[in-house]
Design a protein around this ligand. Structure first.
Ligand code: SAM
Ligand code: FES
Length: 351
């Protein structure tokens, strides 16, 4: 029998797109495999997507939220947060500006804000669809009844981002109040998939009380869901939350997981997230080199950028959309890849 040397485990993961729980544990708990892991992940990414990096224009349109997730800076009980909502016209202006800058995907993200009823969401989605028929419209507005998801889809939305956060029930309960459950969140994801959305899920790395077993459960859940996109980023502390004293997640473990995800899901769209860029000045470049192939520059008006404060010291809060786009273009190029102006749909043909 061949010994499980570093390279063998990485090679096994690439060829099988899977490993046993024990092997995954070995890979995740030491830095011994990192070099081989990143190199292999980069090769697989290049085989599927070349050097292309897709851009998504992020519009953070409301920071009101009825939920109280313990980790999140815009949770309901953070009385220090200054709340804002963009109007439909402001959202449309962000899209028009983004379109002129080459964006062909708009991501509307926000807290779970009851002001944005299904009717209002549908009106916004229809208007974007009408103005930009060639663009993908992504929603990231949390847990909704299946009928609501269907209505948004019928209005023209095609993608939905809903991180499962953690697949383990007990861990989920440590991060959320009782009214929220992992089971409900997972159900939403399967509903979205059945309706026909391209679905993105994911989790925070290094969230409070997270164990390696939790991370392995996250990977197993993703194997079941087979999402088109997988967004992961480090958990980052926010002083106005019950987790103020908890430690943030690390760059190292996040990068390792990006690479593992690339090898397990070669076809997936994997963003180099803002949170990754926040914990390290070159976090996003390193994310790309570890297998990520998406970046999400911010298109929100600068006056609200700082207010969408999920965690502390969030980057990209001072720049106009064009500056953000330019900055990321540079960063992507410096890492050896290129931003492309395309909708950037998932390539599942050989998945
Ligand atoms: N309300 C929508 C939802 O629940 O999916 C979208 C907005 S929510 C703020 C988007 C993501 O931010 C969450 O899925 C979570 O993973 C991430 N997030 C929240 N607080 C964070 C923190 N302190 N550090 C890192 N990521 C965080
Ligand atoms: Fe709702 Fe964070 S608690 S977006």
């Amino acid at each position: 029998m061949r010994e499980n040397t570093n390279e063998n485990l990485v090679e096994l993961l690439r060829t099988q797109r899977d490993l046993s729980d024990e092997q995954l544990r070995t890979l995740l708990e030491t830095d011994a495999y990192d070099e081989a892991l990143f190199a292999e992940a980069d090769q697989v990414r290049r085989a599927h997507y070349g050097t292309e990096v897709y851009i998504r224009g992020l519009i953070e349109f409301t920071n009101y939220c009825k939920n109280n997730c313990y980790y999140c800076g815009i949770r309901r009980d953070n009385r220090h947060a200054t709340r804002y909502r963009l109007t439909k016209d402001e959202i449309l202006e962000c899209c028009a500006e983004g379109y002129a800058l080459g964006f062909r995907t708009f991501v509307l993200q926000g807290g779970e804000d009851p002001y944005f009823t299904d009717k209002r969401v549908c009106e916004i989605v229809s208007a974007i669809r009408k103005n930009h028929p060639d663009c993908a419209i992504t929603l990231s507005i949390g847990e909704k009844p299946r009928e609501s998801y269907q209505a948004y889809f019928d209005a023209g939305a095609n993608r939905y981002l809903l991180r499962h956060e953690t697949a383990d029930d007990a861990h989920y309960a440590k991060l959320h109040p009782v009214e929220l459950s992992a089971q409900k969140r997972k159900e939403c994801l399967f509903n979205l998939k059945e309706i026909g959305y391209q679905v993105g899920s994911g989790f925070m790395v290094g969230s409070p009380y997270q164990t390696t077993d939790n991370l392995i459960a996250d990977l197993r859940f993703l194997q079941k869901l087979q999402p088109d996109m997988i967004g992961i980023g480090p958990y980052i502390t926010h002083a106005e939350t019950p987790f103020a004293d908890q430690k943030s997640g690390t760059l190292e473990l996040t990068l390792r997981l990006v690479a593992v995800l690339r090898l397990m899901f070669p076809y997936a769209l994997l963003p180099a997230t803002t949170a990754l860029g926040t914990i390290h000045p070159e976090g996003r470049e390193l994310g790309l080199k570890a297998g990520a192939n998406v970046v999400m520059p911010n298109l929100s008006p600068v006056r609200v950028r700082k207010l969408y404060e999920l965690y502390e010291n969030k980057i990209c809060t001072g720049e106009e959309a064009a500056q953000c786009r330019g900055c990321l273009e540079q960063r992507v190029r410096s890492a050896g890849y290129e931003i492309v102006t395309a909708r950037g749909d998932v390539r599942r043909e050989d998945a």
